[in-house]
Design a protein around this ligand. Structure first.
Ligand SMILES: [Zn+2]
Length: 315
């Protein structure tokens, strides 16, 4: 989607395209198959430079830091982490203690529990199966995906990898005041994860949604609460904004939250119906969804079906 007020900048990175979204906000949108993981961005409010998320890839985070310094002539004062998933967190250790890392208290807790558990799992994983699959894979895009996953896992396993944890947290929200504009951080009930954070600049109508928005893609439901997510999206849609940096996918507008809600409602409904009929819900196909959702194209559909089959059986 293109927005007439958004300017694509000519910053060179193999990982992302950089956009100037408003007077103070910049969005870094991951290039396809680049291995960047989650989108990121930064905000320059005169006195402070705020980075939003640090991607799945330390090299991508290096580019992000470089771009932020180049376009603002400042050193980063804050990093906001939108949630605990590793594809948004890998670059935190690139920033020294002069950069404060902020998030919600529930996200910090999740980093310290689930996040750390995942890192241990990644460290103990046997990679030979993935390496074999890579050797036999002929599809170029799939090959690139496996290569990126391997690169990510190897980075986590390397001796010099460390994660810097957030050192400033809030329960419900927090505001960073600039001279003209303010940056609002807010958290909600459990949705994509427990403790998701959005970054909102009301004066400029810009929103960084973290993974509360997967634009035109299957949203990953398996770490959160799908019903809660629908109501959080309804709440977000009451805010006044004209452009969103989603956690994954291209720059978006408010309508994408409605479309995401449509997806979540539909998949819940389809899975429930299959379970009630005594059928296997994991056999659902993309074609079972309505037309508007046909273009969502990712392996997450299969993951979501597997997750919901268990989740809804329990509830
Ligand atoms: Zn996520």
């Amino acid at each position: 989607m293109s927005f007439d007020f958004v300017k694509k900048l000519d910053f060179e990175s193999e990982f992302f395209d950089l956009y100037k979204l408003s007077e103070s906000a910049y969005g870094a949108i991951g290039k396809e198959n680049s291995g960047m993981g989650g989108n990121a961005g930064f905000i320059d409010i005169e006195d402070y430079l705020i980075i939003i998320d640090t991607t799945a890839n330390v090299d991508a985070a290096k580019d992000l830091k470089k771009a932020a310094i180049q376009y603002t002539q400042k050193e980063p004062n804050f990093i906001v982490i939108t949630h605990y998933h590793m594809d948004h967190l890998m670059g935190t250790s690139l920033f020294d203690k002069s950069t404060q890392i902020m998030t919600s208290d529930r996200t910090l807790k999740n980093i310290q529990t689930d996040g750390k558990k995942r890192i241990e799992e990644y460290k103990n994983m046997d990679l030979t199966e993935m390496e074999d699959t890579l050797k036999n894979e002929t599809d170029e895009a799939k090959k690139k995906d496996i290569e990126n996953d391997l690169k990510f896992l190897k980075a986590v396993r390397s001796d010099d990898f460390s994660l810097r944890e957030p050192n400033l947290t809030f329960k419900e929200g927090c505001v960073i005041y600039g001279k003209g504009e303010s940056v609002q951080l807010r958290t909600f009930k459990k949705a994509h994860t427990d403790g998701d954070v959005i970054v909102y600049i009301p004066e400029e109508k810009v929103l960084f949604a973290g993974d509360l928005l997967f634009a035109r893609e299957d949203p990953w439901l398996g770490s959160g609460d799908p019903e809660g997510w629908i109501s959080v999206n309804d709440e977000i849609m009451t805010l006044d904004f004209k452009v969103v940096v989603p956690g994954h996918g291209e720059l978006a507008s408010k309508e994408q939250f409605s479309l995401e809600n449509k997806y979540i409602k539909e998949i819940l409904d389809l899975v429930k119906k299959r379970i009630d009929a005594g059928e296997d819900p994991t056999q659902l196909k993309r074609e079972d969804f309505s037309d508007e959702l046909q273009s969502f194209d990712s392996q997450l559909l299969e993951w979501n079906l597997n997750f919901l089959a268990e989740f809804l059986k329990k509830s």
